[in-house]
Design a protein around this ligand. Structure first.
Ligand code: NAD
Ligand code: AKB
Length: 324
């Protein structure tokens, strides 16, 4: 009989993507069927107050196994990771969390015969040797950040487990994700979130990238849609597994600032590039996501204009309510 997703564990659930993914999954699969977990606990966080939550360090295999047994988990969304900017400051931590964590999840999925594992990848897989625009699905993967190295190795590891052990592991190369619920956790694309908070609160932003640095980006509702759509796709329809390119929009900081100024004409931006500029310079500006479109009907809903309007509406309300 065909199995379907019933009990979900989300690792790194209190992070930027996890916070919103857990809510979307709980809406779809039922609150008690989605177990949020993270290495830390946050007081008064709706995720930890209004549904099952476990403190779980993904470096502790034994604890992962106990959680899978306790809740009879069949599907894991593995989001716990160290992102690019923090990873460049502490490469050993980045390697350890991203690689050991991924291995622990994959090995647990064999031991407990899990239905499915979703492990995100990133545009950080690219470095030298690819075109700046419309990087194809099959491309040279030569990252220059430790984070990128772990993302390439993670993709290869997942595909190896698919072929060797029949694990159903799936992943997407997310662009920079922009969202209004939880601040990002130490990446290079974080500027595209911070800029909105600072525009709403102070009408001013000091940007850590140069004005003309173009990067691929995506609004959170599209990120959630892509993640759940891929998780629910039929295995037989997929030719790829762990490395789907997904795209939504491309812009640089000066274009984003102009879009914000359409709504907040007094907004001022200044540029003081730091060590994150080199990371951003190593990534492409746009990517070709036709494999995702063909294999599981991927299509984004938000462009730069729609995303900016929605972000400003949401954050302005939060600011007025004293929440940010
Ligand atoms: P985040 O940094 O916001 O959250 C990661 C979470 O992992 C944090 O809550 C952190 O506490 C937790 N964590 C760290 N070490 C842990 C450990 N040892 N055990 C358990 N939890 C631990 O990251 P995110 O932006 O939500 O990213 C989720 C996934 O998506 C990651 O794999 C990331 O590489 C990928 N991704 C994110 C973006 C983006 O723009 N947000 C873009 C591309 C790829
Ligand atoms: C980062 O900047 O590190 C992330 C990513 C693109 O993977 N947002």
């Amino acid at each position: 009989m065909k199995r379907s997703i019933k009990k979900i564990l989300v690792t790194g659930a209190l992070g930027q993507i996890g916070t919103e993914l857990v809510l979307a999954l709980r809406k779809k699969y039922g609150v008690n069927n989605v177990i949020a977990s993270d290495i830390k606990h946050k007081e008064n966080n709706p995720l930890t107050k209004n549904g099952p939550f476990e403190i779980l360090d993904i470096l502790k295999l034994n604890d992962i196994e106990k959680t899978i047994e306790k809740y009879e988990i069949d599907t894991i969304f593995h989001l716990a990771a160290i992102l690019s900017a923090v990873g460049e400051k502490d490469p050993a931590l980045c390697w350890n969390v991203n690689m050991t964590g991924t291995l622990n999840i994959l090995n647990s999925s064999i031991k407990y015969n899990l239905l499915r594992v979703i492990i995100p990848s990133s545009i950080a897989v690219w470095g030298k040797g690819v075109p700046k625009y419309m990087v194809p699905q099959e491309s040279v993967l030569k990252p220059s950040s430790m984070y990128g190295v772990t993302k390439v190795a993670g993709e290869l590891l997942c595909d190896y487990y698919v072929q060797k052990f029949g694990v159903d592991c799936r992943g997407l190369r997310y662009p920079g994700i922009i969202s209004s619920e939880t601040l990002p956790g130490g990446g290079t694309t974080d500027y595209a979130v911070e800029i909105f908070y600072e525009a709403v609160k102070n009408n001013y932003y000091n940007c850590f990238l140069k004005p003309e640095t173009e990067l691929p980006m995506m609004y959170m509702p599209d990120c959630i849609k892509a993640t759940i759509d891929l998780a629910e796709a039929e295995f037989e329809d997929l030719k790829h597994h762990s490395d789907f390119n997904v795209a939504a929009m491309t812009f640089d900081a000066q274009t984003l600032a102009k879009e914000i100024q359409k709504h907040l004409p007094n907004f001022i931006i200044e540029y003081n590039p730091d060590y994150r500029q080199a990371i951003a310079d190593s990534w492409p500006a746009s990517i070709d996501d036709s494999a995702a479109r063909e294999e599981w009907n991927w299509k984004p809903n938000y462009d730069l204009g729609a995303m900016t309007k929605d972000m400003l509406e949401k954050l302005t309300k939060k600011f007025k309510d004293g929440l940010i």
